[in-house]
Design a protein around this ligand. Structure first.
Ligand code: NAD
Length: 259
């Protein structure tokens, strides 16, 4: 059975990793998927992949750290369809990993704007197109928004992820009146391309980690999770099967956060 039949679904950061796996799942379940991402080549490849399995995908080049561009893209999708049913605010970067002492303001802003301000913009501009019928919004936070582990140098990243989770709760409360549900998924380490554009400062070597954490351990499987394992959870949250679930953060980390 198709769990998102005839739904209009928007996925940010949908041309790679968790977003791409979710866009594919959404399409397999009957949604018309709109994918916002940066790179035309990745967007085209994702569209082709979805169409090769009989799905429907429209791709839009959009830098979500720019709220004006998010507004424009959402208005286009909402205008074309008269509604949006599902939002997956997922685009994100690790950004620059550096000690707070040397982390530059611009690097902080890049991470916060890409991960957190983009989430605010995506949710805000979608409301007019969702308030009539209700719907589901899912935000990709991280276990790093809840606990920071040994992730030294990730002050901006962890703050952006904690902010996304806090924002999700407020949005769930405010938007319940429209039957718009808002939840967050918090992945542990997942095998994607996110590490490729991470800039690690040399200064990190100087930072003393106070406690030795069992880094890289995965209790459930001795490997990082797969994007599809997150996508399955997002599909559940997007569908009406989860209708009583809102304002919740769900970990998908193979118990990594319990170490
Ligand atoms: P990924 O790099 O494979 O995919 C992220 C996508 O977001 C890319 O296609 C990228 O181009 C896009 N993106 C980045 N900045 C953008 C911008 N300004 N505008 C539009 N698109 C942009 O990484 P992923 O692991 O699939 O990451 C997806 C989300 O999952 C992120 O929010 C990330 O923080 C979160 N997350 C990932 C992990 C992990 O271990 N991979 C763990 C916890 C949380």
């Amino acid at each position: 059975d198709k769990r998102l039949k005839d739904k209009i679904a928007v996925v940010t950061g949908g041309a790679s990793g968790i977003g791409k796996a979710t866009a594919i799942r959404f399409a397999q379940h009957g949604a018309a998927v709109y994918i916002l991402d940066l790179t035309p080549e990745n967007l085209a490849e994702t569209k082709q992949e979805i169409e090769s399995i009989g799905g429907t995908a429209t791709v839009i080049e959009c830098d979500v750290s720019n709220p004006g561009l998010v507004e424009e893209s959402i208005n286009r999708i909402g205008g074309e369809n008269g509604r949006i049913n599902v939002i997956f605010a997922n685009a994100g970067i690790n950004g620059t990993m550096a000690p707070i002492e040397t982390l530059e303001m611009d690097d902080w802003d890049q991470t916060i704007h890409t991960n957190l301000r983009s989430t605010f913009a995506t949710v805000k501009y979608a409301i007019p197109y969702m308030k009539e019928d209700g719907g589901s919004m899912i935000i990709t936070s991280s276990i790093n928004g809840n606990r920071v582990f040994s992730n030294i140098g990730a002050a901006a990243y962890s703050t952006s992820k904690a902010g996304q989770t806090a924002f999700m709760k407020m949005a769930a409360l405010e938007l319940a009146q429209y039957a718009i549900r808002v939840n967050a998924v918090c992945p542990g380490s997942i095998d994607t391309n996110i590490g490729e554009n991470t800039y690690k400062s040399e200064d990190l070597k100087e930072v003393q980690i106070p406690v030795e954490f069992p880094d890289g351990n995965h209790p459930l499987e001795q490997a990082p999770g797969k994007p599809e394992q997150v996508a399955n959870l997002v599909l559940f949250l997007a569908s009406d099967e989860s209708f009583h679930v809102t304002g919740t953060e769900i970990f998908v980390d193979g118990a990594e956060s319990l170490l």
